[in-house]
Design a protein around this ligand. Structure first.
Ligand code: F6R
Ligand code: MG
Ligand code: MG
Length: 376
């Protein structure tokens, strides 16, 4: 059989209610657009929070214009439904009025991998809301480079060679490959700063095959203004030379802090939840992550297995809520509120302008005193 491409393309085209969830009619519309489409082998329409996620399989490779156009047209059709229902922020992630060949850079988030389907091909699709692409850095590091998470790195001969990480500089649009384990200390200098550096791809070092891919768009930068959080998706291949499903899910038992949450301007715990529970409420959060497992069968998507519905993640949710309680008490103070240049919303320029005359420049005042022969 030809290679199979798994394309996960997502957009926020309107929230129900506010920025909380996707309306069932919007999902139904997306299903209708993709149903029995001649370009696709199979599809599954998912959501996380207010993001509509199209999971599609086909034989047309990555960055295929027709597949991207299909996703774009689906989002446009869904936006019509969102507008009819007057959903909140209808069409917010469709930044261009017309499609121009590839959705990358237009607004929707994209993660795609082309694979030679193995005898059995388990994959996990991770989807997060109220956060940013760098949110995958810590879990991907643990999954593919940390033997305390992934024992397979030590005791599975097919994984012992390690993995290579392609890291993107989202500000300067550069990429670099780090080889684990020997480059780990260098890599951590960068990926520990997830607002700027994001892991885009992971490769198996023995075979060179793709192991994981994430979406790395930064919507706020694309638009040159704030238009919505760049909520990310990620695809991870599992088992038989790749991390097991349990090794892929294990990092999410620790609800690490990510940037996003309320108004894209706060730090909060990434709470693992089922798709049904992916409805950020409290202070528009806390940020959520959903993990859907599929077996590929000649490109058919057998699934999903909604992994975080498992009570094994109850404790992570409890810890996440405790962290949320703690952080919320900081209100508008850092480090709950993000650092000034990481916030998606700010009134700083207007407030600064309003108060300009009330600020006294102490260096000038000092100089004036010195010139007048007074105390410096
Ligand atoms: C964050 C998010 C929400 C909104 C907030 C204000 O990613 O989606 O927290 O930022 O609800 O939304 P607007 O400005 O649309 O009223
Ligand atoms: Mg929204
Ligand atoms: Mg969202």
């Amino acid at each position: 059989m030809a290679k199979v491409t798994l394309s996960v393309i997502k957009a926020d085209i309107g929230g129900f209610v506010g920025h909380s969830a996707v309306h069932p009619e919007v999902k139904a519309k997306a299903r209708a657009c993709l149903e029995k489409h001649p370009l696709l082998i199979d599809h599954y329409v998912a959501h996380v929070g207010d993001d509509l996620v199209l999971i599609m399989t086909h034989e047309h490779g990555r960055n295929n214009g027709e597949i991207h156009k299909l996703a774009w047209d689906t989002f446009v059709a869904c936006t019509e439904v969102a507008k009819k229902l007057k959903l909140y922020g209808a069409g917010q992630d469709l930044l261009a009025d017309a499609f121009s060949g590839n959705v990358k850079g237009l607004g929707p988030g994209v993660a795609e991998m082309e694979v030679e389907e193995r005898e059995s091909e388990p994959v996990v699709v991770l989807m997060a809301d109220k956060t940013e692409p760098g949110a995958w850095n810590l879990p991907l590091y643990k999954i593919f480079a940390d033997p305390f998470n992934t024992i397979g790195l030590i005791i599975d001969p097919k994984m012992h060679c390690g993995f290579a990480f392609e890291v993107r500089d989202l500000i300067e649009d550069k990429k670099i490959i780090f080889n684990a384990p020997e480059d780990l200390y260098d890599m951590l200098v960068f990926i520990g700063a997830p607002g700027r550096y994001a892991i885009k791809r992971v490769f198996h070092r023995g075979t060179g095959e793709i192991a994981a891919v994430s979406s790395t768009q930064r919507l706020n930068l694309l638009a040159g203004r704030y238009v919505g959080k760049d909520d990310p998706v990620c695809i991870v291949r599992c088992q038989n030379g790749y991390p097991s499903v349990g090794e892929v899910l294990e990092p999410f038992a620790f609800p690490h802090l990510v940037s996003g949450w309320m108004r894209g301007s706060h730090s909060g715990p990434l709470m693992p939840v089922s798709m049904d529970d992916a409805r950020p409420t409290r202070f528009d959060g806390p940020p959520r992550v959903v993990a859907l497992g599929f077996q590929l069968a000649d490109g058919k998507l057998i699934g999903p297995n909604d992994f975080f519905s498992d009570p094994a993640f109850d404790n992570a949710r409890r810890v996440a809520l405790e962290i949320a309680d703690y952080l919320r008490r900081l209100g508008p103070f850092e480090p709950h509120r993000l650092h000034l240049d990481e916030m998606e919303y700010t009134t700083m320029p207007q407030v600064m302008e309003k108060l300009r005359d009330r600020f006294i420049d102490l260096r000038l005042a000092k100089k004036a005193r010195a010139a007048a022969g007074g105390e410096a």
